[in-house]
Design a protein around this ligand. Structure first.
Ligand code: IMP
Length: 193
């Protein structure tokens, strides 16, 4: 079976992706591949960041593994011209908390009736045999006016996906993973391996 490095040390992402790729590829984390250090993430698009991270990993693990992949996610809010987008993690500043980001988002949308938003994930896969490919997953929804639910992470308490009446933070994790931006992108990755 192929052995691919996933450019993450996030245990939750690792479990989610391992389950999705089971039987198709063995997924190795950065720590398991012995890769340390800060991966640069300085592009101004999700695809650019995913590519930058995948290339960083490939340059260090390419001689031992069959390939590697990296993901990058952003929340794109229509009324904010697609912001915070690629800057979602540090919307309220470097080293800010999820709560800081949500506070800033709710303030930016105060009095705004257009609450349309989507989460979008880009995955960049580099394989020895087939070169570089990109996969995308997106989930459309809206930004709520206050927080609901205690599950998930990031902007989950204020994001309600279309066709559901609850926020991401109120859903069982299996349901969120099935319909989420990352879940859909990983499904495409799995189908392509
Ligand atoms: P990353 O590229 O997966 O690290 O995601 C960047 C940022 O987007 C995170 O710091 C979160 O603020 C936000 N984000 C990514 N995925 C999710 C999600 O599933 N729910 C809520 N927020 C998310």
């Amino acid at each position: 079976m192929k052995r691919l490095i996933f450019a993450t040390n996030n245990r939750h992402k690792l479990e989610e992706v391992r389950a999705a790729l089971a039987g198709r590829a063995e997924v190795v984390s950065l720590a398991e591949a012995g890769l340390e250090g800060e991966i640069p993430e300085t592009a101004d698009t999700l695809e650019g960041n995913a590519q930058q991270k995948a290339e960083w990993v490939w340059a260090r693990g390419g001689d031992t593994y069959d390939g590697c992949f990296a993901d990058d996610t952003g929340l794109e809010v229509e009324a904010l011209g697609g912001a915070p987008g690629v800057y979602s993690a540090r919307y309220a500043g470097e080293h800010c908390s999820f709560d800081d980001n949500i506070d800033k988002l709710l303030a930016a949308l105060d009095g705004e009736d257009n609450r349309r938003a989507r989460f979008r994930t880009a995955i960049c896969l580099i394989e020895r045999e087939r070169g570089m490919r990109f996969f995308e997953g997106a989930v459309e929804g809206q930004i709520l006016r206050e927080r609901y639910g205690a599950g998930g992470f990031g902007y989950d308490p204020v994001f309600m996906p279309d066709r559901f009446a609850v926020s991401f933070a109120e859903m069982p994790l299996e349901v969120k993973n099935r319909i989420s931006h990352r879940g859909l992108a990983v499904e495409k990755l799995a189908a392509a391996l």
